[in-house]
Design a protein around this ligand. Structure first.
Ligand SMILES: Nc1ncnc2c1ncn2[C@@H]1O[C@H](COP(=O)(O)OP(=O)(O)OP(=O)(O)O)[C@@H](O)[C@H]1O
Ligand SMILES: [Mg+2]
Length: 240
């Protein structure tokens, strides 16, 4: 077991710019600095366009910063090749997206088995693990359904089962309840809280709603690509 105080995410002086169509560039992140320790549940909150997903893509090794140093588990991710980045993602991180990102023509079971492809497991082992994850999210009876035959909340639970299948130490969720009604959304958030509390899985969740951020234990607020709050969840969002 890793010590719970272990720093697993470290962003130092992260800047991110995107080239503009007509030349020049747009800077989206400005000198972002924070660390996340193992076992934390962090919400990254901010208005639309503030740079949340850009920040998440860097944390998830889906994109690289323009400058600055990003370390995941003490490894400098900035210098890795595309293949190495894919391995890091597959081994350490479970992703949950607003639009679920399930393969529409594959069964629920196949979708959950997918991230285990690169783990050197037999098909039977992968099936067993995927079924266990579906049981955990209460969807064991739906393994042969197609994602299109499920409700939004069920789809998101499949996506969470898929994220959990690889036994990640870290879950990155970008607006995980954005496409759900508030009842389903609350269930997903309670489930995240359990995963964090009971299994010690570190969670970084993006949202633009304070009521959702409140499920986390720490709030990082971004405005115009800069952090303007990092600390405990405040009583209300008046000063953010
Ligand atoms: N791949 C890209 N190429 C060019 N510009 C981009 C790219 N990704 C993001 N941007 C720009 O970066 C800024 C921040 O985008 P980002 O997606 O990080 O915002 P966000 O906080 O996640 O917003 P939302 O709440 O709407 O999802 C926007 O101005 C956007 O146009
Ligand atoms: Mg976004």
């Amino acid at each position: 077991m890793k010590k719970s105080s272990e720093i697993i995410i470290s962003l130092k002086h992260i800047n991110k710019s995107f080239p503009l169509e007509l030349g020049g560039e747009q800077q989206v992140l400005f000198d972002i600095n924070f660390t996340v320790k193992s076992g934390e549940f962090v919400a990254i909150m901010g208005p639309s366009g503030s740079g949340k997903s850009t920040c998440m893509n860097i944390i998830g090794a889906l994109d690289t910063p323009t400058s600055g140093v990003y370390e995941l588990y003490g490894n400098d991710v900035t210098g890795l090749t595309t293949d190495e980045l894919a391995l890091v993602r597959n081994e350490y991180i479970g992703f949950v997206f607003q639009q679920f990102n399930l393969l529409p023509k594959r069964s629920v079971l196949d979708n959950v088995m997918l991230p285990l492809m690169y783990r050197g497991m037999t098909r039977e082992e992968r099936q067993r693990r995927a079924r266990e994850m579906l049981r955990r999210v209460g969807l064991e009876k739906f393994e042969s359904y197609l994602p299109t035959q499920l409700s939004g909340g069920m789809k998101q639970r499949v996506a969470i089962a898929r994220a959990l299948a690889g036994e990640p130490k870290l879950i990155l969720a970008d607006e995980p309840t954005g496409a759900l009604d508030s009842k389903m959304g609350n269930e997903i958030l309670k489930f995240f809280k359990e995963l964090n509390h009971d299994l010690g899985i570190t969670i970084v969740m993006i949202t633009h709603e304070f009521d959702i951020a409140k499920y986390a234990n720490r709030l990082i607020h971004i405005r115009d690509g800069k952090i303007n709050y990092d600390g405990k969840i405040p009583k209300n969002d008046d000063n953010l």
